[in-house]
Write a protein that binds this ligand. Structure first.
Ligand SMILES: C[S@@+](CC[C@H](N)C(=O)[O-])C[C@H]1O[C@@H](n2cnc3c(N)ncnc32)[C@H](O)[C@@H]1O
Length: 202
């Protein structure tokens, strides 16, 4: 079997792909967020949300749905370098979170900050250990900068990274947050094994 058919067989056989399709989510990532929400009660936080790396919109759909069923009128602003088809109740900013122009656009929509930042940002990795490690560290740096700018006291940052980098990034985050927990989701496919860091401030 070639690489493409290999990927296809894995993809259609994946429970999270089937579940996300059944629920009408644009990406299987929505099922991962649902699992993280069940573990950490993310959506029960009474606050505005800043979502980073949102396209094609699976997480945005999940956030939008959860907020609507709970009747909460909190704002959600989502950011991605790539375009995203509109999601009800979500304000989308197209831009790079490392750029001042994007930060200014987010600021104008969330002038008072947020209680929760959710990042599913995935840098363009090249399966080259040194370059990938630089790319994931750059994302972590950008998230720290965004957290300093937008996260309110007691707020939380959920950050997706790769298992191989998780402990190092956690040790950096521990200098800036009062608690940092590393979680490896069972839905992560082994070849790109992802980990999530939940960083909570004072
Ligand atoms: C795994 S995808 C996100 C999937 C999304 N959470 C969903 O549920 O549909 C990662 C996204 O991160 C975005 N991204 C990567 N670097 C970025 C950056 N510097 N600023 C904003 N978005 C970025 C990519 O364009 C990509 O759409």
């Amino acid at each position: 079997m070639g690489r493409t058919s290999d990927w296809y067989a894995r993809h259609v056989g994946d429970t999270f792909v089937r579940t996300s399709k059944a629920w009408g989510y644009r990406a299987r990532a929505a099922c991962k967020l649902k699992r993280l929400d069940a573990k950490y009660g993310l959506m029960s936080r009474q606050c505005d949300v800043l979502e980073l790396g949102s396209s094609p919109g699976g997480w945005s759909q999940y956030i939008s749905y959860e907020r609507r069923v709970s009747g909460m009128a909190w704002r959600t602003v989502s950011v991605d370098t790539r375009a995203m088809v509109r999601v009800r109740g979500v304000s989308f900013v197209q831009g790079d979170i490392t750029e001042a122009e994007t930060i200014a656009k987010v600021s104008s929509r969330l002038p008072s900050g947020v209680g929760l930042i959710l990042s599913d940002i995935c840098p363009n990795t090249r399966c080259e250990r040194y370059l990938d490690s630089i790319a994931t560290s750059k994302v972590a740096e950008a998230l720290l900068m965004v957290s300093r700018r937008f996260l309110l006291d007691g707020g939380a940052l959920l950050h997706k990274t790769f298992v191989i980098r998780a402990e190092h990034i956690a040790s950096v985050m521990e200098r800036h947050f009062s608690s940092v927990e590393v979680y490896r989701d069972a839905s992560s496919r082994s070849f790109n094994s992802e980990a999530y860091l939940l960083c909570v401030g004072d």
